[in-house]
Design a protein around this ligand. Structure first.
Ligand code: BGC
Length: 749
């Protein structure tokens, strides 16, 4: 709960670069000791508070990005230990961040406003019971900082020679307190520091560093060198022809510049962030500049709960890549990518990835916060779920002259994301909060259906980035976009009906269930052809029809056989994109073709999940061939090396290889049913559920042995195939216990 807020929003119209807003104040001495001091701070932009010159809190990039028009997050800091009677100074460094910096690939800047502003309240309580408060108002002053420029995409310029002696007035604007919300999700923080694994000169002669991992954050440089010397740092995810490959960043400059003071300097560009594995430093002449360089990993402070490893090193590394892509795309909101001029909350990506994310990390607070933005933007858009949340593309349509409309899979995030959190956490509140939004979404789509009862003719992203689509036309999938969209709608209706049931709205559950039934019937009537194939005969349409349970038994068996046939005909390479690929293995498994699911997963020939790993990927790529076999970057202008969407198959890995599946929400009842295959000789999967750790470790040789453990209160159901091979352990083995205590460390065998 946010207490009554009387402070204004203040900004610095007369200051170039990132301003520091300051206020000196006196803590009275005649009221006894300070018993409580709390600073509440928010910003349209990025704010870094400090007290008497020392940074407060360990959060960075706060308060992140929310639907600013209606939701401004407030961060709370406890200053009780720091405030004493006497003079103090509170300072707020302000960055442009998502508020007034660049957003999106269409050249937009200042989408929300043309300069950042902050608002803060300091509340102090004394031993004599009295209270005292200070808020942002016209009494504050604005100074320049050493940050001469800052932008999330373009980077930051810091001049260590700068002395901020100027004092300018602040501009004061009223803040509507109804916009203020507590920061629900974990704050964005610095995580580990990564030392370079290689340092060399490029063919052009510039210094290059390899951090061994495609990560998200920035460089921390401690250096001493000639006063006025500029170190210019560029970042990239890959090296091409010996130099940084910056083309995939499109217009994002991702360039930081640090100007040395001549003394000992320490730089961290904390008002920006980059997605990179490599950095190029210009101006670092070793005879004149001495110092250290490290990468600082930055992201929302999510708690790691799920782990997976297996006997195949490449597959284990793929799983690690999924984890890294999740970490890199959870910097205050779930994004498509962290490096180019985009980094938006694309709904479709998290719609398909949410189950995987919720197994690996405790996503509840983070995603509930984002869903609050989704609901805010959805109601602002009249029930339509925008392509990206927060909606930085307001009013923007993909096809000129056409109003943006709901899209299959992407807009379904309104239903699929809360459902995934519910399954993982068992928190009913998630469904309560989202139910109206789910309904609004399915009702909106119902209004778009054709007379045949299917969703056809609207703009769709469809099976985005199917590998058969040419690099410059990601829409051109083999799967018919209307089939994908209608399948997604059927699933949303079904999940909304189930939600109504959980919430005790029985009448609505029945009505929604009937609608789901009718939608399914229409799907089959229109798209199921007399020869038993589905329209467009693409792996993705079979995958969705089977995984979302849209066909009767006979049609489903035929669809499964056809899917297996297609997958075999392609030599177990993948012919599906963002919508279809997450469900291929699931659909094959459900229709008795698990060997094909394994063959698909374990394949190393392009397009496949493991080919990028073989090429050295340390994150999941946007395209199956973001880097091509010849070592060149895909010619498409949209080529990221850090997109989690295609990593959604990890959900199948956790449930089917790992053998852990929640049956009752929040793992109150768990199915333990690993189905070994793919030549794997062992696998170990662990999740720290709301009831405690559940784990399965199996070895295939000399004969199958499945060890599992779970807390007492959790009901277990064992798969038929493993009953005779299963051994229940009293608790997790020592290495697992250690890894769960130290979540940054992955569980290794
Ligand atoms: C993003 C995707 C997103 C898509 C919409 C791309 O530019 O990077 O991840 O879902 O657009 O189709």
């Amino acid at each position: 709960m946010i207490p009554p807020w009387t402070a204004a929003l203040i900004s610095a119209p007369d200051v170039e670069g990132a301003p520091i807003l300051r206020r000196r104040f006196e803590v009275p001495a005649d009221r006894g000791a300070v018993t409580s001091a709390r600073l509440l701070v928010t910003a349209q932009g990025i704010v870094e508070p400090s007290l008497d010159g020392s940074r407060i809190g360990r959060d960075v990039l706060s308060p992140g990005w929310s639907a600013y028009e209606t939701r401004l997050r407030v961060v709370e800091h406890d200053l009780t230990e720091l405030l004493r009677a006497g003079t103090h100074e509170l300072a707020l460094l302000l960055g442009r961040g998502w508020y007034s910096g660049r957003l999106g690939w269409m050249g937009a800047e200042g989408v929300y406003g043309d300069r950042p502003a902050a608002s803060a309240v300091l509340r102090v309580r004394f031993a004599d019971g009295s209270e005292w408060a200070l808020g942002t108002d016209a009494e504050w002053t604005a100074s320049s900082s050493g940050v001469l420029a800052d932008d999330l995409y373009d980077g930051q310029i810091i001049d260590a020679r700068h002395e901020s002696t100027d004092r300018n007035p602040v501009a004061v604007e009223a803040l509507d307190p109804s916009r203020l919300v507590a920061y629900h999700g974990p704050l964005v923080v610095r995580h580990e520091r990564v030392a370079p694994v290689r340092r060399w000169r490029s063919p052009r002669g510039t210094l290059l560093l390899d951090f061994g991992q495609n990560l998200v954050g920035w460089l921390r440089i401690a250096a001493r060198g000639p006063r006025g010397r500029a170190l210019t740092i560029r970042h990239a995810e890959v090296i091409e022809d010996g130099e940084l490959a910056t083309r995939p960043l499109r217009t994002a400059q991702a360039t930081d510049r640090f100007v040395l003071s001549g003394g000992e300097d320490a730089f961290e560009p904390s008002l920006t962030f980059h997605g990179f594995r490599y950095a190029e430093i210009d101006g670092w002449d070793e005879t004149e500049v001495v110092g250290t360089v490290e990468a600082v990993v930055v992201g929302s402070d999510l708690r790691r709960i799920g782990h997976f490893s297996c006997s195949d090193a490449l597959l284990s590394r793929f799983h690690e890549n999924v984890v890294w892509s999740l970490r890199g795309n959870t910097v205050a909101l779930p994004t498509d990518c962290p490096q180019r001029d985009e980094r938006l909350g694309w709904t479709g990506d998290i719609a398909v990835f949410a189950p995987t994310a919720c197994f690996l990390f405790d996503m509840t607070g983070f995603l509930r916060d984002w869903l609050a933005d989704l609901r805010a933007e959805q109601s602002a858009a009249g029930g339509r779920v925008p392509y990206v949340i927060p909606d930085a593309l307001k009013g923007w349509a993909v096809r000129e002259g056409e109003d943006p409309e709901s899209v299959g899979v992407w807009s379904d995030a309104a239903v699929w994301v809360p459902w995934a959190i519910w399954e993982a956490s068992g928190e009913r509140a998630v469904l309560e909060e989202s139910y109206d939004s789910m309904r609004a979404h399915v009702d909106r789509v119902a209004g778009r259906l054709s007379a045949r009862g299917v969703w056809e003719g609207d703009f769709q992203f469809g099976d985005w980035l199917d590998p058969t689509a040419p690099p410059d036309d990601p829409f051109a999938a083999v799967a018919d976009p209307d089939v994908i969209a209608t399948a997604a709608y059927c699933r949303s209706l079904e999940l909304t009906a189930r939600t109504a049931r959980v919430l005790g709205c029985e009448d609505e559950a029945v009505a929604l269930g009937e609608r789901a039934e009718r939608a399914r019937a229409a799907f089959a009537a229109v798209y199921l052809l007399p020869d038993g194939t589905l329209r467009s005969d693409a792996p993705a349409v079979y995958a969705l029809a089977i995984a979302f349970d849209l066909l009767d038994d006979e049609a489903r068996d035929r669809a499964g056989a056809r899917l297996a046939g297609l997958v075999r005909a392609s030599g177990h390479t993948i012919n599906a994109g963002f919508a279809g690929a997450p469900y291929l293995c699931e659909a094959l498994t459900r229709t008795g073709n698990i060997a094909d699911a394994y063959a698909l997963l374990m394949n190393r020939t392009h397009p496949s999940w493991l080919r990028p790993v073989e090429l050295g990927a340390t994150t999941v790529w946007e395209r199956w061939d973001s880097l091509q076999d010849d070592g060149h970057v895909n010619p498409g202008e949209m080529t990221s090396f850090n997109h989690y969407a295609l990593g959604a198959v990890a959900d199948w890995m956790h449930r089917v290889i790992g053998g852990i599946e929640t049956v009752e929400p929040g793992y109150a009842r768990v199915r333990i049913d690993p189905r070994p295959g793919g030549g794997l000789s062992w696998a170990r999967t662990v999740i720290d559920t709301p009831h405690g750790p559940v784990g399965v470790a199996w070895t295939a040789e000399p004969e199958l042995r499945v060890e599992y453990w779970a807390p007492d209160g959790v009901e277990i159901e064992l798969g038929e195939g493993i009953v005779d091979h299963a051994v229940r352990l009293p608790g997790p083995p020592a290495p697992v216990r250690a890894a769960l205590r130290n979540p940054a460390r992955a569980v290794k065998n």
